[in-house]
Design a protein around this ligand. Structure first.
Ligand SMILES: Nc1ncnc2c1ncn2[C@@H]1O[C@H](COP(=O)(O)OP(=O)(O)OP(=O)(O)O)[C@@H](O)[C@H]1O
Ligand SMILES: [Mg+2]
Length: 291
């Protein structure tokens, strides 16, 4: 846990100053030499013809944690969903531009969205275990996909990766709804890991959790970084600063017709975004002056 300034009661936000922030050290290599897992190129996503986010372009690097931050409605979830074609499930949604996963154009007609979601898993804001046993929650995906191997070992391995094994190994056959919220969220992360993805997308994964559970998930993310790439949406500035390597700050622009469109104001190493951002709007947001 970080040593933070007391809350700034004028805004209701915890005041964040560079001095008080625990910010990850930037990756040692320069940006160009890092391997990209996604390239987002001029992406505009609309619902019923109205752009929710416009002209988004930035790379996402392998084995790093990338945070998407910004005020409500700026399109963080919309962009996150575009990274594993979850927007396909929304009939009014349209994605323009290109999203490359490694060298694959994710929206190419030859790409099967089910295969995409196998490689790129998602964890949602509210833990959503199935109404099944802990064991069956984890085994569900591997069974559907016909994954080979001993199911007990697959389940144990996923629960270990989800930092949950020791807490649940004696109650695997009990209903997942009997777990605490924090345990349920780690179960959902373990369930996502069970199908051996490459990337995990997390949409405010800790917003329903207490600080202790949040800390456990942050520690888990830190461990997962070695084997996975993670993109996380969070409203918790301390969390973005603590866990992520790169941060994209989004804002909402108001059009003359009162339309609201999200754009990326600044994308950079997390340390830079939180200690010396280039744009005054980023600074105002990360220091809790707006948003
Ligand atoms: N399924 C949908 N159908 C129509 N409009 C949508 C849909 N989902 C999102 N939108 C609109 O797109 C815009 C961006 O929404 P989105 O949920 O991506 O924002 P967000 O940054 O994730 O917000 P929050 O921080 O509140 O979760 C909003 O104006 C929202 O109303
Ligand atoms: Mg959202």
């Amino acid at each position: 846990m970080t040593d933070l300034d007391p809350p700034d009661t004028s805004t209701g936000h915890a005041a964040i100053t560079p001095r008080a922030l625990q910010v990850r050290e930037p990756a040692p290599t320069d940006l160009a030499s890092r391997e990209r897992i996604f390239s987002i190129e001029d992406v505009t996503i609309s619902y019923s013809g109205k752009a929710a986010v416009r002209d988004i372009a930035f790379p996402i690097y392998k084995n790093e944690i990338t945070a998407l931050i910004g005020p409500s409605g700026c399109g963080k979830t919309t962009l996150l969903r575009a990274l594993n074609r979850m927007n396909d499930l929304i009939p009014t949604a349209k994605v323009e531009g290109k999203v490359f996963y490694h060298d694959i154009d994710l929206y190419d007609s030859a790409v099967d969205p089910v295969q995409v979601r196998k490689r790129i898993g998602m964890v949602f804001q509210k833990p959503n275990p199935f109404p099944k046993s802990i064991y069956d929650n984890i085994a569900f995906g591997p069974r559907v996909l016909g994954m080979k191997g001993d199911m007990d070992s697959i389940v144990e391995s996923a629960l270990r990766k989800g930092a949950l094994w020791d807490e649940v190994k004696d109650r695997l056959k009990t209903n997942a709804f009997g777990m605490s919220g924090g345990q349920q969220q780690r179960l959902c992360i373990a369930r996502a890991l069970a199908i051996e993805p490459d990337v995990i997308l997390m949409d405010e994964p800790c917003s329903a959790l207490d600080p202790i559970s949040t800390g456990r998930i942050e520690d888990l993310m830190d461990e997962l970084r070695a084997d996975y790439s993670i993109v996380i949406v969070t409203h918790n500035m301390q969390q973005a600063a603590r866990v992520s390597d790169m941060t994209a700050f989004f804002t909402v622009e108001l059009g003359q017709d009162d339309s609201r469109t999200g754009r990326v104001v600044e994308y950079d190493a997390t340390e830079k975004i939180f200690t010396s951002p280039s744009d005054p709007r980023t600074e105002a947001y990360v220091t809790g002056k707006v948003g």
